[in-house]
Ligand binder design. Structure first.
Ligand code: ATP
Ligand code: MG
Length: 376
């Protein structure tokens, strides 16, 4: 017997403020391959994170800072070295395939490249039917058709009949990403982990996808983790921002204040530099812009070799996340009252000019959202 079609309607936020998904002390060390090698890549170190229904958290940081590793740990695609993942406050560590399948009903992931994540030999109908049957039972006939149409309408691919029998190569990048999002919605998830969902799309359609995700956040009260290199799109889309540097969280807070008044010197570099991708001279400056080794990460604060304000304390001890405002924290000794703490100043002054500043933030990347006016 088939189940009735499952059409999730608008939901209301639950009364309690227990996070839909939470990570506590998450750590991932990857072994380095090689004969008798005991080295590990310290990819993620002691990360705490909360995702609440109807809210977006942006995870921002340069390449290799551990963002995708966090997403994969939260999706439980690989085991953590240490730490815990909780769903609705309960330990949710999965053991075995059945438990994993149940978990994917709650927590779904969207990837960067919709062309790679959709099988090119299958039509939209096949891809979505498979997802519907995994998560909603063996629907057939009209019930199945209604479920497919509902999913395509939810991601604004209308009329659905125009898209349902297409192959991925017959769709644009933005349409493919919408199909990938529709597939995740078949599970009616509480949490979406979106790993750079717009960075491979044409600039002109990026806002459309972010607005679609925002609509899903509001109508379905989904909790979203939005991974990006681009702090401008984080400001546009997210409620809270977490900034990662070399596997550690260096700053968290509401999106507006983190992006407008960054506290950590690294966040200041990210926000203030706005690197010009054509300015090769700036990138040639990059001596102090090297990303650190994660096999032998810098002692103390991992940012200290690149920080213009670093003092001995910064290389000696790892700074904890310190309160720097209402629900805002920064992992920088400059905010402690220790007598040996560094004195922070303006990163712009410290680097002298914008070119050196751009070089210090690492490889330049264009913004993932089109123009400044669209951000207001
Ligand atoms: P990007 O912005 O380029 O996507 P990221 O912030 O998502 O970067 P991760 O992919 O999480 O970074 O990688 C963090 C670190 O972990 C990197 O140094 C990477 O080389 C390493 N790493 C990731 N996956 C593995 C793996 N399976 N085995 C070994 N090392 C890995
Ligand atoms: Mg990544």
């Amino acid at each position: 017997m088939s189940n009735p079609p499952h059409v999730p309607g608008p939901r209301s936020a639950p009364a309690s403020d227990v996070p839909a998904l939470q990570a506590v002390g998450l750590r991932k060390h990857f072994p380095v391959r090689g004969v008798r090698s005991h080295d590990v890549v310290h990819a993620v170190e002691d990360v705490d994170l909360e995702l609440h229904r109807g809210r977006v958290v942006a995870l921002v940081g340069e390449s290799g800072s551990g963002k995708s590793t966090i997403a994969r740990l939260l999706a439980q695609l690989m085991p953590a070295t240490a730490g815990q993942v909780l769903v609705d406050g309960q330990d949710a560590t999965v053991h075995g395939r059945r438990a994993f399948r149940a978990y994917t009903r709650r927590v779904q992931m969207i990837f960067q490249d919709p062309f790679a994540s959709l099988n090119p030999i299958h039509t939209v109908r096949y891809t979505l039917t498979r997802a519907v049957r995994i998560h909603q039972g063996r629907l057939r006939g009209e019930q199945l058709e209604a479920a497919l149409t509902g999913l395509l309408e939810r991601v604004q691919l209308v009329p659905a009949a125009q898209y349902v029998d297409k192959f991925p190569h017959e769709l644009s990048g933005g349409q493919r990403q919408r199909v990938a999002i529709a597939r995740t919605l078949a599970a009616d998830p509480d949490v979406l982990l979106a790993d750079e969902p717009i960075s491979m799309l044409d600039v002109s359609i990026r806002l459309g996808i972010l607005n679609l995700l925002r609509d899903l956040r509001d109508r379905l009260q989904i909790a979203i983790l939005y991974i990006t290199h681009d702090i401008a799109s984080a400001r546009y889309f997210a409620d809270r921002v977490m900034v990662m540097y070399a596997g550690r969280v260096v700053e968290t807070g509401d999106a507006e204040s983190v992006t407008q008044e960054p506290a950590h010197p690294y966040t200041q570099l990210l926000v203030r530099s706005a690197p010009d991708p054509d300015d090769l001279a700036a990138r040639a400056h990059g001596a102090h812009g090297e990303a650190p080794s994660l096999v032998h990460p810098p002692s103390g604060c991992r940012f200290h070799p690149r920080c213009p304000f670093a003092v001995d304390l910064c290389s000696a001890e790892v700074p904890p996340l310190l309160e720097v405002g209402a629900e805002r924290q920064a992992a920088c000794w400059g905010y402690s009252d220790r007598p040996d703490a560094p004195v922070l100043g303006s990163v712009l002054d410290a680097y002298g000019d914008r070119s050196a500043l751009a070089a210090a933030t690492g490889p330049a990347r264009p913004s993932t959202v089109p123009v400044e006016e669209d951000l207001s």
